[in-house]
Design a protein around this ligand. Structure first.
Ligand code: SF4
Length: 354
Protein backbone atom coordinates (compact mmCIF):
# COMPACT_ATOMS: atom_id res chain seq x y z
CA UNK A 1 0.00 0.00 0.00
CA UNK A 2 1.27 3.49 -0.83
CA UNK A 3 2.72 5.48 2.06
CA UNK A 4 0.43 8.23 3.31
CA UNK A 5 1.27 11.79 2.27
CA UNK A 6 1.74 14.56 4.83
CA UNK A 7 -1.63 15.90 3.67
CA UNK A 8 -3.36 12.67 4.69
CA UNK A 9 -1.76 12.62 8.12
CA UNK A 10 -2.93 16.03 9.33
CA UNK A 11 -5.82 16.41 11.75
CA UNK A 12 -8.90 17.79 10.03
CA UNK A 13 -10.07 21.29 10.88
CA UNK A 14 -13.48 22.49 9.66
CA UNK A 15 -13.91 26.15 8.70
CA UNK A 16 -17.60 26.89 8.31
CA UNK A 17 -18.50 23.87 6.22
CA UNK A 18 -15.10 23.49 4.54
CA UNK A 19 -12.75 20.75 5.80
CA UNK A 20 -9.02 21.44 5.80
CA UNK A 21 -6.53 18.60 6.25
CA UNK A 22 -6.99 14.94 7.05
CA UNK A 23 -6.78 14.09 3.36
CA UNK A 24 -9.50 16.56 2.29
CA UNK A 25 -9.02 18.21 -1.13
CA UNK A 26 -6.57 21.13 -0.96
CA UNK A 27 -8.70 24.21 -0.21
CA UNK A 28 -8.42 27.37 -2.32
CA UNK A 29 -8.61 30.63 -0.41
CA UNK A 30 -8.02 34.30 -1.02
CA UNK A 31 -8.31 37.62 0.74
CA UNK A 32 -10.53 40.61 -0.01
CA UNK A 33 -8.80 43.69 -1.40
CA UNK A 34 -11.83 45.89 -0.67
CA UNK A 35 -12.16 48.05 2.43
CA UNK A 36 -13.98 46.15 5.19
CA UNK A 37 -15.98 49.35 5.75
CA UNK A 38 -17.38 48.94 2.22
CA UNK A 39 -19.81 46.11 2.96
CA UNK A 40 -21.51 46.03 -0.44
CA UNK A 41 -18.21 46.20 -2.33
CA UNK A 42 -16.80 43.44 -0.14
CA UNK A 43 -19.82 41.19 -0.70
CA UNK A 44 -19.59 41.80 -4.48
CA UNK A 45 -15.95 40.72 -4.38
CA UNK A 46 -16.85 37.62 -2.36
CA UNK A 47 -19.41 36.70 -5.04
CA UNK A 48 -16.77 37.16 -7.77
CA UNK A 49 -14.28 35.07 -5.79
CA UNK A 50 -16.84 32.30 -5.18
CA UNK A 51 -17.65 32.26 -8.92
CA UNK A 52 -13.94 31.88 -9.65
CA UNK A 53 -13.76 28.87 -7.31
CA UNK A 54 -12.63 30.41 -4.03
CA UNK A 55 -13.71 28.33 -1.04
CA UNK A 56 -12.70 30.48 1.94
CA UNK A 57 -12.23 34.22 2.11
CA UNK A 58 -10.13 36.26 4.51
CA UNK A 59 -11.19 39.73 5.59
CA UNK A 60 -8.98 42.23 7.40
CA UNK A 61 -10.18 43.84 10.62
CA UNK A 62 -7.76 46.76 10.76
CA UNK A 63 -9.59 48.73 13.46
CA UNK A 64 -12.44 48.68 15.96
CA UNK A 65 -14.41 50.76 13.47
CA UNK A 66 -14.38 47.83 11.03
CA UNK A 67 -15.86 45.30 13.47
CA UNK A 68 -19.52 46.04 12.85
CA UNK A 69 -19.07 45.88 9.07
CA UNK A 70 -17.10 42.65 9.45
CA UNK A 71 -20.17 41.21 11.22
CA UNK A 72 -22.45 42.32 8.34
CA UNK A 73 -20.09 40.71 5.82
CA UNK A 74 -20.05 37.43 7.80
CA UNK A 75 -23.83 37.30 7.97
CA UNK A 76 -24.32 37.82 4.23
CA UNK A 77 -21.25 36.09 2.78
CA UNK A 78 -21.71 32.99 0.61
CA UNK A 79 -18.26 31.80 1.73
CA UNK A 80 -16.96 31.15 5.25
CA UNK A 81 -15.13 34.28 6.39
CA UNK A 82 -11.74 34.29 8.11
CA UNK A 83 -10.97 37.26 10.35
CA UNK A 84 -7.45 38.63 9.84
CA UNK A 85 -6.35 40.45 12.98
CA UNK A 86 -3.04 42.01 13.94
CA UNK A 87 -1.88 43.73 17.15
CA UNK A 88 -5.19 44.20 19.00
CA UNK A 89 -6.30 40.89 20.54
CA UNK A 90 -9.73 42.33 21.45
CA UNK A 91 -10.64 42.58 17.76
CA UNK A 92 -10.02 38.84 17.35
CA UNK A 93 -12.09 38.02 20.45
CA UNK A 94 -15.00 40.11 19.15
CA UNK A 95 -14.70 38.70 15.63
CA UNK A 96 -15.59 35.27 17.04
CA UNK A 97 -18.88 36.61 18.39
CA UNK A 98 -19.57 38.40 15.09
CA UNK A 99 -19.46 35.20 13.01
CA UNK A 100 -15.84 34.61 11.98
CA UNK A 101 -15.47 31.02 10.73
CA UNK A 102 -11.74 31.11 11.53
CA UNK A 103 -9.19 33.55 12.91
CA UNK A 104 -5.84 34.34 11.41
CA UNK A 105 -3.34 35.77 13.87
CA UNK A 106 0.40 36.03 14.25
CA UNK A 107 0.95 35.61 17.99
CA UNK A 108 4.24 37.49 17.56
CA UNK A 109 2.45 40.73 16.89
CA UNK A 110 -0.43 40.19 19.32
CA UNK A 111 2.02 40.69 22.17
CA UNK A 112 1.93 39.27 25.70
CA UNK A 113 0.81 35.68 26.20
CA UNK A 114 -2.24 36.70 28.25
CA UNK A 115 -3.57 38.54 25.17
CA UNK A 116 -2.93 35.52 22.95
CA UNK A 117 -4.64 33.37 25.59
CA UNK A 118 -7.74 35.57 25.48
CA UNK A 119 -7.99 34.83 21.75
CA UNK A 120 -7.39 31.10 22.26
CA UNK A 121 -10.10 30.93 24.91
CA UNK A 122 -12.64 32.87 22.83
CA UNK A 123 -11.96 30.70 19.76
CA UNK A 124 -12.14 27.54 21.87
CA UNK A 125 -15.47 28.55 23.39
CA UNK A 126 -16.87 29.50 19.97
CA UNK A 127 -15.57 26.38 18.18
CA UNK A 128 -13.61 28.58 15.78
CA UNK A 129 -10.26 27.36 14.39
CA UNK A 130 -7.17 29.59 14.39
CA UNK A 131 -4.46 29.88 11.77
CA UNK A 132 -1.17 30.70 13.36
CA UNK A 133 0.47 32.65 10.61
CA UNK A 134 4.19 33.18 11.11
CA UNK A 135 5.90 35.52 8.64
CA UNK A 136 9.59 36.07 8.03
CA UNK A 137 8.96 39.78 8.54
CA UNK A 138 7.44 39.37 12.01
CA UNK A 139 9.19 36.54 13.80
CA UNK A 140 8.84 35.90 17.52
CA UNK A 141 11.37 38.00 19.48
CA UNK A 142 13.21 34.93 20.80
CA UNK A 143 14.09 33.85 17.25
CA UNK A 144 14.99 37.12 15.54
CA UNK A 145 18.52 37.29 17.00
CA UNK A 146 19.37 33.57 16.72
CA UNK A 147 22.39 33.54 14.37
CA UNK A 148 22.72 29.77 14.85
CA UNK A 149 19.50 29.14 12.95
CA UNK A 150 18.67 29.49 9.25
CA UNK A 151 15.63 31.54 8.29
CA UNK A 152 13.48 28.42 7.64
CA UNK A 153 14.54 27.08 11.05
CA UNK A 154 13.58 30.38 12.67
CA UNK A 155 10.17 30.35 10.99
CA UNK A 156 9.48 26.73 11.88
CA UNK A 157 10.92 27.13 15.39
CA UNK A 158 8.72 30.13 16.02
CA UNK A 159 5.64 28.22 14.80
CA UNK A 160 6.57 25.21 16.96
CA UNK A 161 6.78 27.42 20.04
CA UNK A 162 3.30 28.83 19.38
CA UNK A 163 1.77 25.42 18.71
CA UNK A 164 3.21 24.07 21.97
CA UNK A 165 1.63 26.98 23.82
CA UNK A 166 -1.79 26.57 22.13
CA UNK A 167 -1.78 22.83 22.81
CA UNK A 168 -0.77 23.36 26.43
CA UNK A 169 -4.02 25.32 26.76
CA UNK A 170 -5.99 22.44 25.28
CA UNK A 171 -6.53 24.17 21.93
CA UNK A 172 -5.93 21.89 18.93
CA UNK A 173 -8.13 23.40 16.21
CA UNK A 174 -5.17 24.93 14.37
CA UNK A 175 -3.80 25.53 10.91
CA UNK A 176 -0.21 26.70 10.51
CA UNK A 177 1.66 28.80 7.99
CA UNK A 178 5.26 29.99 7.83
CA UNK A 179 5.58 32.31 4.88
CA UNK A 180 8.41 34.27 3.34
CA UNK A 181 8.71 36.12 0.05
CA UNK A 182 11.69 33.90 -0.75
CA UNK A 183 10.72 30.63 -2.44
CA UNK A 184 13.44 28.41 -0.96
CA UNK A 185 12.79 29.69 2.56
CA UNK A 186 9.06 29.03 2.21
CA UNK A 187 9.64 25.50 0.91
CA UNK A 188 12.18 24.59 3.60
CA UNK A 189 10.08 26.07 6.41
CA UNK A 190 7.00 24.09 5.40
CA UNK A 191 9.02 20.90 4.97
CA UNK A 192 10.28 21.37 8.53
CA UNK A 193 6.76 21.96 9.82
CA UNK A 194 5.40 18.89 8.02
CA UNK A 195 8.17 16.84 9.64
CA UNK A 196 8.00 18.32 13.15
CA UNK A 197 4.24 18.81 13.42
CA UNK A 198 2.73 16.17 11.13
CA UNK A 199 -0.68 16.44 12.78
CA UNK A 200 -1.21 20.16 12.04
CA UNK A 201 -2.76 21.16 8.68
CA UNK A 202 -0.60 23.58 6.71
CA UNK A 203 -1.70 26.71 4.88
CA UNK A 204 0.95 27.22 2.21
CA UNK A 205 1.83 30.35 0.29
CA UNK A 206 4.71 32.51 -0.88
CA UNK A 207 3.89 35.84 0.68
CA UNK A 208 4.24 39.21 -1.03
CA UNK A 209 5.09 37.30 -4.20
CA UNK A 210 4.64 40.35 -6.43
CA UNK A 211 2.51 41.25 -9.42
CA UNK A 212 0.75 38.74 -11.65
CA UNK A 213 3.63 37.25 -13.65
CA UNK A 214 6.34 37.18 -10.98
CA UNK A 215 3.89 36.20 -8.25
CA UNK A 216 2.49 33.36 -10.31
CA UNK A 217 5.95 32.01 -11.13
CA UNK A 218 7.20 32.27 -7.54
CA UNK A 219 4.05 30.67 -6.16
CA UNK A 220 4.10 27.88 -8.74
CA UNK A 221 7.78 27.19 -8.06
CA UNK A 222 7.43 27.07 -4.27
CA UNK A 223 3.96 25.69 -3.78
CA UNK A 224 4.32 23.29 -6.70
CA UNK A 225 7.24 21.60 -4.95
CA UNK A 226 5.33 21.35 -1.68
CA UNK A 227 2.09 20.13 -3.25
CA UNK A 228 3.92 17.45 -5.23
CA UNK A 229 5.60 16.31 -2.02
CA UNK A 230 2.16 15.91 -0.45
CA UNK A 231 2.54 18.99 1.76
CA UNK A 232 -0.13 21.66 2.08
CA UNK A 233 -3.81 21.42 3.03
CA UNK A 234 -4.93 24.86 1.90
CA UNK A 235 -3.26 27.54 -0.19
CA UNK A 236 -3.39 31.18 -1.03
CA UNK A 237 -1.62 32.59 -4.05
CA UNK A 238 -0.52 36.07 -2.98
CA UNK A 239 -0.60 38.49 -5.93
CA UNK A 240 -0.60 42.24 -6.28
CA UNK A 241 -3.62 41.87 -8.54
CA UNK A 242 -7.36 41.34 -8.45
CA UNK A 243 -7.91 38.48 -5.96
CA UNK A 244 -9.93 36.50 -8.52
CA UNK A 245 -6.59 36.12 -10.35
CA UNK A 246 -5.19 34.49 -7.21
CA UNK A 247 -7.98 31.94 -7.34
CA UNK A 248 -7.49 31.29 -11.05
CA UNK A 249 -3.77 30.67 -10.50
CA UNK A 250 -4.48 28.45 -7.49
CA UNK A 251 -6.74 26.21 -9.55
CA UNK A 252 -4.27 26.05 -12.42
CA UNK A 253 -1.56 25.04 -9.97
CA UNK A 254 -3.69 22.35 -8.33
CA UNK A 255 -4.61 21.02 -11.77
CA UNK A 256 -0.97 21.07 -12.94
CA UNK A 257 -0.03 19.06 -9.83
CA UNK A 258 -2.78 16.55 -10.61
CA UNK A 259 -4.62 17.31 -7.35
CA UNK A 260 -7.83 19.09 -8.32
CA UNK A 261 -9.31 20.28 -11.58
CA UNK A 262 -12.13 22.81 -11.97
CA UNK A 263 -12.19 23.45 -15.70
CA UNK A 264 -10.91 21.61 -18.79
CA UNK A 265 -7.19 21.28 -19.47
CA UNK A 266 -6.04 23.26 -22.51
CA UNK A 267 -3.17 21.80 -24.53
CA UNK A 268 -1.95 24.32 -27.10
CA UNK A 269 1.26 24.52 -29.07
CA UNK A 270 3.60 27.52 -28.82
CA UNK A 271 3.28 28.13 -32.61
CA UNK A 272 6.21 28.46 -34.99
CA UNK A 273 6.92 29.31 -38.61
CA UNK A 274 4.74 26.41 -39.79
CA UNK A 275 1.60 27.82 -38.25
CA UNK A 276 -0.71 29.53 -40.77
CA UNK A 277 -3.53 30.63 -38.46
CA UNK A 278 -3.70 33.15 -35.60
CA UNK A 279 -3.36 30.37 -33.06
CA UNK A 280 -2.53 32.61 -30.10
CA UNK A 281 -5.80 34.54 -30.41
CA UNK A 282 -7.69 31.35 -31.05
CA UNK A 283 -6.22 29.53 -28.03
CA UNK A 284 -6.96 32.55 -25.84
CA UNK A 285 -10.57 32.57 -27.00
CA UNK A 286 -10.87 28.84 -26.28
CA UNK A 287 -9.29 29.37 -22.84
CA UNK A 288 -11.86 32.03 -21.91
CA UNK A 289 -14.72 29.76 -23.00
CA UNK A 290 -13.30 26.75 -21.14
CA UNK A 291 -13.34 28.69 -17.86
CA UNK A 292 -17.13 28.47 -17.97
CA UNK A 293 -17.14 24.68 -18.37
CA UNK A 294 -17.03 22.30 -15.42
CA UNK A 295 -16.05 19.07 -17.20
CA UNK A 296 -12.67 17.38 -16.56
CA UNK A 297 -11.83 17.09 -20.28
CA UNK A 298 -8.61 17.83 -22.16
CA UNK A 299 -8.78 20.11 -25.21
CA UNK A 300 -5.96 20.43 -27.74
CA UNK A 301 -5.51 23.43 -30.04
CA UNK A 302 -2.58 22.75 -32.38
CA UNK A 303 -1.13 24.83 -35.19
CA UNK A 304 -0.03 22.33 -37.83
CA UNK A 305 0.36 18.72 -38.86
CA UNK A 306 3.78 18.17 -37.19
CA UNK A 307 2.57 17.53 -33.62
CA UNK A 308 -1.03 18.59 -34.12
CA UNK A 309 -2.79 15.36 -35.03
CA UNK A 310 -0.91 13.40 -32.34
CA UNK A 311 -1.83 15.80 -29.53
CA UNK A 312 -5.37 16.34 -30.83
CA UNK A 313 -5.90 12.58 -31.03
CA UNK A 314 -4.54 12.10 -27.51
CA UNK A 315 -6.82 14.77 -25.99
CA UNK A 316 -10.54 14.25 -25.40
CA UNK A 317 -11.31 16.90 -28.01
CA UNK A 318 -8.89 18.75 -30.27
CA UNK A 319 -8.19 20.57 -33.48
CA UNK A 320 -5.11 20.41 -35.68
CA UNK A 321 -4.70 22.96 -38.47
CA UNK A 322 -3.38 22.23 -41.92
CA UNK A 323 -4.09 23.54 -45.42
CA UNK A 324 -6.27 26.39 -44.17
CA UNK A 325 -8.67 24.04 -42.36
CA UNK A 326 -8.75 22.27 -39.02
CA UNK A 327 -9.31 18.61 -38.39
CA UNK A 328 -11.66 18.22 -35.42
CA UNK A 329 -10.84 15.24 -33.21
CA UNK A 330 -13.01 13.63 -30.57
CA UNK A 331 -11.76 10.73 -28.45
CA UNK A 332 -8.98 9.98 -30.91
CA UNK A 333 -10.98 10.09 -34.13
CA UNK A 334 -11.33 12.80 -36.79
CA UNK A 335 -15.03 13.65 -36.82
CA UNK A 336 -15.09 16.74 -39.07
CA UNK A 337 -13.07 19.29 -41.01
CA UNK A 338 -13.92 22.88 -40.07
CA UNK A 339 -12.99 26.41 -41.13
CA UNK A 340 -10.86 28.53 -38.83
CA UNK A 341 -13.83 30.81 -38.11
CA UNK A 342 -15.87 27.87 -36.81
CA UNK A 343 -13.23 26.15 -34.71
CA UNK A 344 -14.20 27.55 -31.29
CA UNK A 345 -17.87 26.82 -31.80
CA UNK A 346 -17.15 23.31 -33.08
CA UNK A 347 -14.90 22.53 -30.10
CA UNK A 348 -17.47 23.78 -27.60
CA UNK A 349 -20.25 21.81 -29.25
CA UNK A 350 -18.19 18.64 -29.09
CA UNK A 351 -17.22 19.22 -25.45
CA UNK A 352 -20.89 19.73 -24.64
CA UNK A 353 -21.74 16.47 -26.39
CA UNK A 354 -19.15 14.35 -24.51
FE1 SF4 B 1 4.86 24.65 -34.82
FE2 SF4 B 1 3.11 22.86 -35.61
FE3 SF4 B 1 4.49 22.41 -33.37
FE4 SF4 B 1 2.60 24.24 -33.42
S1 SF4 B 1 2.29 22.05 -33.72
S2 SF4 B 1 4.68 24.50 -32.62
S3 SF4 B 1 2.75 25.06 -35.47
S4 SF4 B 1 5.31 22.53 -35.44
Amino acid sequence: MAEKTARELTRQVVVGNVPIGGGAPVVVQSMLSTSTLDVEGSLAQITALADAGCELVRVAIPSREALEDFGHICRRSSLPVIADVHFDHRLAVEAVALGAAKLRINPGNIGAWDKVDAIIDAAGAGGVPIRIGVNAGSLSASFVERSDLSQPEKLAGSALEYVAHFESRGFCDMVLSAKAHDVRTTVEAHRLLARELPHIPLHIGVTEAGTFLQGTVKSAAGLGVLLLEGIGDTLRISLTADPTEEVRVAWELLAACGLRRRSPELISCPTCGRCQVDLIALAEEVEVQLRLIRKPVSVAVMGCVVNGPGEARYADVGVAFGGGKAALFSKGEIIATVDESQVVEALLREIERL
